[in-house]
Design a protein around this ligand. Structure first.
Ligand SMILES: [Zn+2]
Length: 279
């Protein structure tokens, strides 16, 4: 029997899963990606007779520079929320089933690194973001995440301990999901309505427990972004309407946000808020 193409797809899927897993599980990045510090001149710069430029360009790597690099997007369309099942299982999505010209930025975890310029970048560039946080990190660094929340960012649920849920008992999964949801609600004043399982690993029990803890959908992702590079899971290498981009609170998050924005812009789309589409 000619199972080769299917095997190839399986192998590709396995590779993608491994990539995704390593994307979520990898340790600290070796460096932040934008460490090219300008050497300070040992002698004062000669005073030019020509007048200095009245509009000094922001220094690469500064917050002003990141803001200056953000593309200008077409205005986001008025969101049309996607239909959700009224009863039964909640959906599990790799991307939001919409044909509106939008894509979604999501940032996971929270415990590893929180670049200090990120809240201001998100605020000044008005980047819509959804944060899937582990509740202990959310609690320990609450002020940081509340700054992003104040700029319109939404906090969602990514369990307490960031363990793989697949194959675990209902009781264990419910404790991880409801426990995080309860804590996040206390910290941020809003019940999480979306759930993302650690490493993207889940089973039917996960869907059930997420629903029982108040989630309206379980979210995977369509693209990952790491150290300023977008990794696509389709050969077309383009962000499509409804795609969900995954990045993490890691040292290069400024670069990851910028790379995601540029990729969304290249595709002719505008970043939008996940919660405007899944209500
Ligand atoms: Zn994670």
């Amino acid at each position: 029997m000619s199972a080769t193409p299917f095997r190839r797809i399986l192998a590709a899927a396995t590779l993608l899963a491994l990539l995704a897993l390593s994307a979520c599980a990898a340790g600290p990045a070796s460096h932040a990606g934008q460490t090219a510090a300008q050497p300070s001149p040992s002698t004062p710069a000669p005073t030019p007779s020509a007048s200095p430029s009245p509009t000094a360009r922001p220094k690469p790597g500064s917050l002003d520079w990141y803001v200056s690099q953000v593309p200008t997007f077409p205005e986001a369309p008025p969101p049309r929320p996607v239909p959700l099942p009224v009863t039964g299982a909640i959906p599990f999505w790799h991307r939001v089933p919409t044909d509106q010209k939008v894509a979604f930025i999501t940032i996971d975890d929270g415990g590893l690194a929180r670049p200090p310029a990120v809240p201001d970048f998100i605020g000044r560039a008005r980047i819509p973001v959804t944060m899937f946080l582990n509740s202990p990190a959310a609690e320990e660094y609450g002020d940081y995440f509340r700054q992003i929340q104040a700029s319109g960012g939404i906090v969602e649920n990514h369990t307490i301990r960031h363990n793989s849920l697949s194959g675990r008992s209902y009781g264990y999964q419910k404790e991880e999901i409801c426990g995080a949801a309860d804590k996040l609600e206390t910290l941020f004043g809003k019940r999480a309505t979306l759930f993302r399982p650690p490493f993207g690993e889940y089973d039917s029990t996960t869907i059930q427990a997420a629903r029982d803890c108040g989630a309206k959908a379980v979210l995977h992702w369509s693209e990952t972004v790491h150290e300023g590079k977008v990794r696509y899971q389709t050969p077309e290498k383009v962000v499509r309407p409804g795609d969900v981009l995954l990045m993490h609170f890691r040292p290069a998050l400024m670069d990851d946000l910028l790379a995601a924005l540029k990729a969304i812009h290249r595709a002719g789309l505008t970043p939008a808020l996940l919660e405007d589409y899944i209500r």
